[in-house]
Design a protein around this ligand. Structure first.
Ligand code: 3PG
Ligand code: MG
Length: 393
């Protein structure tokens, strides 16, 4: 799928509204991970070099339709300015009395950042009234917010119906790379899924199963798989209402001759803490009172091997509680294998990206996706509203 991109728009001397995903983690009013801001630079750079008057907008967190200083976008301003190498103006208003004159005042090659879109009650409801006000700020709309493409919000779909709409380079690339995983991956194709909940990943597991050569399952969600096989899982994370669905997935895999790799050994502890005393036990022997908190070393080797042998790798979700050193080894081994893999590697989801950053491996991935939920929904085979809103090339 190829979207119509920003370079096909007439932008010189015109006001361009850019929907970004600047939903970044903050601590004490400072941005702690700027991946999504850096990823926005190519499109913004292009617009500035081509003399557009650029108005950036984004949501941050979930302030529920009213102003909340905790979710101000202001902390993004200096980081964006630094990466763009130009001043960025900021207005504490989304599309009202203050935003209008601030946008009006922009010169060619200048940038304005609006306040958090979700300060407006109409944003998540896709209210026509808000879409009208946002659209009135500009002459052209560019969507570069892949991370929000699964949200049918006013700034994502409403504005795209009111202005000539184009994809930014980030949105276009994310869609191209992720749809290639579904349509035409180089084989063998291995998908490594982790994270805590099966219920979050079941649809993507179902969708990927028909497309991959091997499915590798670790993280908290693997214990529901192990339970479905009849293993004792002690006090590990468990979603009993997913057992039937997991059993069916395993049966489908078997009938299609697909391999589903599950842990054969796991790291267990009595509690989730940095000074826990971890033990390695066989995956079918977790005793009551003990929790599985990482894949074991034998499993990590097998998983890493599957990654190394694949021509295409998709990884989403950590293998264990990698934030705590006693349970980090499994995720580290998989992350190192993905970083070193000779095949084409795609990593999605904030936790996997955080793990790569923690291990210093983030720049060794072919495509580090900025979308968590959006990436998963695309891989589930769903049409994302933010993608459907942009004409194809
Ligand atoms: C994300 O971080 O997944 C996106 O920015 C979307 O945020 P949301 O889940 O609050 O819509
Ligand atoms: Mg995630």
């Amino acid at each position: 799928m190829e979207l119509r991109t920003v370079d096909q728009a007439d932008v010189a001397g015109r006001w361009v509204l850019v929907r970004n995903d600047f939903n970044v983690p903050l601590e004490d009013g400072k941005v702690t991970d700027d991946l999504r801001i850096r990823a926005a630079v190519p499109t913004l750079r292009y617009l500035l070099d081509n003399n557009a008057k650029v108005i950036c907008c984004s949501h941050l967190g979930r302030p529920k339709g009213k102003p909340d200083p905790k979710y101000s976008l202001e902390p993004v301003r200096p980081v964006l300015a630094q990466h763009l190498g130009v001043d960025v103006a900021f207005v504490d208003d989304v599309a009202g009395e203050q935003a209008r004159p601030a946008a009006e005042a922009l010169g060619e090659g200048q940038v304005l950042l609006l306040q958090n879109l979700r300060y407006e009650p109409g944003e998540e409801k896709n209210a026509p009234e808000l879409a009208d006000r946002l659209a009135a700020l500009a002459e052209v709309y560019v969507d570069d917010a892949f991370g929000a493409a699964h949200r049918a919000h006013a700034s994502v779909v409403g504005v795209a119906e009111r202005l000539p709409a184009y994809a930014g380079y980030l949105l276009a690339k994310e869609v191209k790379v992720l749809s290639r995983l579904l349509e035409n991956p180089e084989r063998p194709f291995a998908a490594v899924l982790g994270g805590s909940k099966v219920s979050d990943k079941l649809l993507v597991l179902d969708s990927l199963l028909g497309r991959v050569d091997s499915l590798v399952v670790g993280g908290g969600m693997c214990f529901t798989f192990l339970a479905a096989k009849g293993y004792e899982i002690g006090d590990s994370l468990f979603e009993p209402e997913q057992v039937e669905a997991v059993r069916q997935l395993l049966e489908t895999a078997k009938s299609q001759g697909k391999s589903v790799l599950l842990p054969t050994d796991v790291v267990v502890a009595r509690e989730v803490s940095a000074d826990a005393e971890p033990r390695v036990v066989p995956a079918d022997g977790i005793e009551p009172g003990w929790k599985g908190l990482d894949i074991g070393p034998e499993t990590a080797k097998v998983f890493a091997n599957a990654v190394t042998e694949a021509r295409t790798v998709f990884w989403n979700g950590p293998m264990g509680v990698f934030e705590l050193e006693p349970f980090a080894a499994g995720t580290r081994t998989v992350a190192e294998a993905v970083a070193a893999a000779p095949g084409y590697t795609v990593v999605g989801g904030g936790d996997s990206a955080a793990a790569l950053a923690q291990f210093g491996l983030a720049d060794r991935i072919d495509h580090l996706s900025t979308g968590g939920g959006a990436g998963l929904e695309l891989l589930e085979g769903k049409t994302l509203p933010g993608v459907a809103a942009i004409p194809t090339a």
